[in-house]
Design a protein around this ligand. Structure first.
Ligand code: WTA
Length: 633
C-alpha cells in the first residue's frame, strides 16, 4: 500500500487513473472486512450518487482497534498531553483504548442509543473524546462532533438539523488559562432541542453544573455500572460500506452550515491510505497533529486514519501559546515526536514570538513535518523548514477539505520534491482539473483557474445531511460532471499545484472555515443593525481576518460600546471564532441598481487598496464609496 519512490508514485498514479476500480480494490485489501464488496464503484456526478465498495460489510473500529490487538496490544495508541504541563500525561495502549471504547459502547447502549441514531459530541481534547467517537462508530451510531469553540446557538442548530437524541459532553474544558463551561453552554443549547433524551457528562474541570434528573448522567457513573455488569467486550455492529459514519458541519456560501456526510467503507480506506502514504508512516513513529477533533483534520488524521494504521498519536488538550509559546516544541521533545502536523496560522503565530524560544529545544526526533488548512506563505514555510525541521524534514503541505475526507493534493514525504507554498502533486486516485469561468477545462501547465476534481475517490462526501439538493447545487452543478472545490489554484511549469485560496464567499480564518453570510446573519441579529456586509482581509497571523461593514444608525451615543455589543452578538450566535476583527460603521453599502452588494469594492477597501476600485459607475449611489473609503479601518 505504500509508495516507495517517485517512479513508483508515477506508476501507481497512472494505474489509479487508468484502472481506478482495480487500484482501489487493491488498496482496500489492506483493511479488514466482514464481507468483501460486490462492486467497487458506481457513480454519477449529476445526482450525485457515489457508492464505493457496495455490498461490503465492516466496522471501522475493528480496523482501528481489534485487528491490532494481537501484535500491537501493548503499543501506545494515544499519548495524551494535558493543558497544564504540571498535570500527569496519560498513555492508552491499543488494548486499553479497545477496552474503553467497548465499555463506552455499552454505556451508549444502556442509555438507549442504537444503530443509525445521531449523537452529538461537544467535548474538550481529552482521550474520552476519541473514545466517544469510536464508541459511536462501534455501535453504528452517527457522530456529529461540534468544535468546543461554537456557541449554544450553533450547537442547537446542528442538533436540530440532524435530530440528535444523545449528547456527550464534559462539565468543562481547559484551554490555556481559560475554563470553558461546556455543560452550561449545552444547557443553553438544549432549551431548543426537544429531541435530546440523554446528556452524558464527563468530569474534567469539576465545575459546578446542573444535572437534570432523567436526562443528565455522569460518564463515570455509567462506566461503573458497566464494570459491575462485568462487560468488557462489545461486539461491533456490522455496517454496510455505504452506511453513514459521521456528519460534520462546515460553512459555505449561505447562512446555514451544512452537514457533510461521510460513509464507513470508503472513508476508512481513504484516510488510512493517505495517512500512511503522505507521511510515509513507519511502525513505532510518534505522530503529533495539533488540530482539534472537532474539525475534519482531527477526525481523519488524529482519530481514524492513524488508528487504522496502528500509529501512536499525541493528543494535546491545550493551546500552542500556553504556558509559553514554546509549548509545541516542549511536547515534541517530551515524547520524541517524529511527525508534526500543524497549521500555517500556528506556525506564523509561534514565529512571531522570536527564535529565542527555540534555543535549547531538542528537535532531533523530528523526521517529517506537515501543514494544513490554508495556503502557507513562503516565509512561514522556510521558518518551519529551517528552524523546526533543521532542513532535514520534508514538509507535506496537504491540500484537502471537510468534503474530501482526506488529503487530495500533497507531497509524499521524502519522495515528492517539495516547493514552498505548493501542495505539489495529486495523490493516486485524484484527478484534479482547472476550469475557467465558462467551465472549460484548462489544459497544459503554467495556468490557473478554479480547482475541480473529475473522478470520484473513496473518501468524498456522499451528501449533505437532510438536503441532497444542497449537495448537488453546491458541489456538482457549477461545472458539468465535475466536483467543484471552491478553491482557486495554479499549476506551474512542472505541473505542481498551488492553492491560491477560496473563490467563493468563504473565509479562512486561522485555518477555520467561516461563511461571510453566516457572520452577516449573526451581525444582523443585533437589534440596532440594519444591514451588514462581511469580507476578508489579509491578516499577518490568521491568514485572513473578518472585516464587517455595518449599517447601524442608532448607536446610543457610543460607537465603541455598540461595536462590542455586535461582537458579543456574533459570539453568542456562532462563537468567538467568527468575531469580526474590524467593524466599520457605514451609512449605506455599495449596491448595484438591482440591489446586489458590490463585495469586490468592499474587499478592496478592506485590503487597503482603495485607489483601484475599478468600475463603480453601475452603483446606485457612488457617493457611499467615498464615505466608506474615508472611514476605512
Ligand atoms: C483550505 C481542512 C491551501 C482550502 C482540511 C480548502 C488549504 C479549505 C490547504 C478546506 C492547503 C486546506 N493549502 N489551502 N494545504 N488545506 N486549505 O474544510 O481553501 O476546514 O477549501 O478542511 O481550506 O477547509 P476545511
Amino acid at each position: 500500500m505504500k509508495i516507495s519512490s517517485i517512479e513508483d508514485y508515477q506508476r501507481v498514479y497512472k494505474q489509479s487513473v487508468e484502472q481506478p476500480e482495480e487500484f482501489w480494490a487493491n488498496i482496500a485489501q489492506n483493511f479488514q472486512w466482514r464481507k468483501k464488496w460486490d462492486k467497487v464503484l458506481e457513480w454519477n456526478f449529476t445526482e450525485p450518487s457515489i457508492k464505493w465498495f457496495q455490498g461490503a460489510k465492516l466496522n471501522i473500529t475493528e480496523n482501528c482497534l481489534d485487528r491490532h490487538l494481537e501484535a500491537w496490544g501493548d503499543k501506545p495508541a494515544i499519548i495524551w498531553e494535558p493543558n497544564d504541563p504540571q498535570e500527569h500525561h496519560r498513555v492508552l495502549t491499543y488494548q486499553q483504548l479497545y477496552e474503553k471504547v467497548c465499555e463506552f459502547a455499552h454505556v451508549l447502549k444502556n442509555n438507549g442509543a442504537k444503530k443509525g441514531d445521531r449523537i452529538c459530541i461537544y467535548m474538550p481534547m481529552v482521550p474520552e473524546l476519541e473514545i466517544a467517537v469510536l464508541a459511536c462508530a462501534r455501535i453504528g451510531a452517527i457522530h456529529s462532533v461540534v468544535f468546543g469553540g461554537f456557541s449554544a446557538q450553533s450547537i442547537a442548530d446542528r442538533i436540530q438539523d440532524a435530530s440528535c437524541n444523545i449528547i456527550i459532553t464534559a462539565d468543562g474544558g481547559y484551554r490555556g488559562t481559560k475554563l470553558v463551561p461546556l455543560k452550561n453552554i449545552i444547557d443553553d443549547a438544549l432549551v431548543q432541542c426537544p429531541t435530546i433524551k440523554k446528556v452524558i457528562v464527563l468530569t474534567r474541570t469539576r465545575t459546578p453544573v446542573s444535572m437534570i434528573k432523567g436526562r443528565d448522567v455522569w460518564w463515570e457513573d455509567e462506566v461503573k455500572k458497566v464494570e459491575t455488569q462485568g462487560a468488557t467486550d462489545f461486539p461491533a455492529e456490522e455496517m454496510d460500506a455505504e452506511d453513514v459514519l459521521f456528519i460534520l458541519y462546515t460553512s459555505g456560501s449561505t447562512g446555514k452550515p451544512k452537514g457533510v456526510v461521510h460513509t464507513c467503507g470508503g472513508y476508512m480506506v481513504y484516510t488510512g491510505y493517505t495517512f500512511t502514504n503522505a507521511f510515509q508512516y513507519e511502525p513505532g513513529e510518534v505522530y503529533f497533529c495539533t488540530a482539534d477533533i472537532g474539525w475534519i483534520t482531527g477526525h481523519s488524521y488524529i482519530a481514524y486514519g492513524p488508528l487504522t494504521q496502528g500509529a501512536t498519536t499525541v493528543l494535546f488538550e491545550g493551546i500552542p501559546t500556553w504556558p509559553t509559546p514554546a509549548r509545541l516544541w516542549d511536547i515534541v521533545e517530551k515524547y520524541h515526536v517524529n511527525i508534526l502536523y500543524t497549521a500555517p496560522t500556528a506556525i506564523r503565530s509561534l514565529m512571531s514570538f522570536g527564535d529565542e524560544l527555540l534555543e535549547g529545544k531538542d528537535f532531533s526526533s523530528l523526521k517529517k513535518l506537515g501543514s494544513v488548512g490554508e495556503p502557507i506563505n513562503e516565509e512561514a514555510w522556510h521558518w518551519f523548514d529551517e528552524k523546526i525541521g533543521h532542513k532535514k524534514c520534508p514538509i507535506v503541505d496537504t491540500w484537502w477539505q471537510t468534503e474530501t475526507g482526506g488529503f487530495m493534493i500533497s507531497p509524499i514525504a521524502g519522495i515528492t520534491k517539495t516547493k514552498p507554498g505548493y501542495a505539489s502533486l495529486p495523490l493516486p486516485g485524484i484527478q484534479p482539473v482547472l476550469v475557467d469561468e465558462n467551465g472549460n477545462i484548462i489544459e497544459g501547465n503554467s495556468v490557473s483557474g478554479n480547482l475541480c476534481i473529475r473522478f470520484p475517490w473513496p473518501g468524498m462526501l456522499r451528501t449533505t445531511y437532510g438536503d441532497h439538493e444542497r449537495c448537488r447545487t453546491t458541489y456538482f452543478s457549477t461545472y458539468h460532471d465535475l466536483y467543484f472545490t471552491g478553491d482557486g489554484c495554479l499549476r506551474d511549469e512542472d505541473g505542481y499545484y498551488k492553492i491560491t485560496g477560496r473563490v467563493d464567499d468563504v473565509l479562512n480564518v486561522s485555518g477555520h472555515r467561516i461563511g461571510t453570510a453566516e457572520v452577516e446573519n449573526a451581525i444582523n441579529m443585533h437589534s440596532d443593525v440594519v444591514e451588514s456586509a462581511v469580507v476578508g482581509f489579509h491578516h499577518e497571523i490568521k491568514g485572513q481576518g473578518v472585516y464587517a461593514y455595518v449599517v447601524c444608525p442608532n448607536q446610543h451615543g457610543d460607537p465603541e460600546l455598540t461595536r462590542k455589543d455586535i461582537m458579543m452578538t456574533v459570539t453568542r450566535i456562532i462563537g468567538a471564532i467568527a468575531r469580526p476583527d474590524k467593524i466599520q460603521f457605514v451609512s449605506g453599502l455599495p449596491k448595484t441598481r438591482s440591489g446586489k452588494i458590490m463585495r469586490r469594492i468592499l474587499r478592496k477597501i478592506a485590503e487597503g487598496d482603495a485607489e483601484n476600485l475599478g468600475d463603480t459607475s453601475t452603483l446606485l449611489d457612488p457617493s457611499v464609496v467615498d464615505e466608506i473609503k474615508e472611514g476605512a479601518l
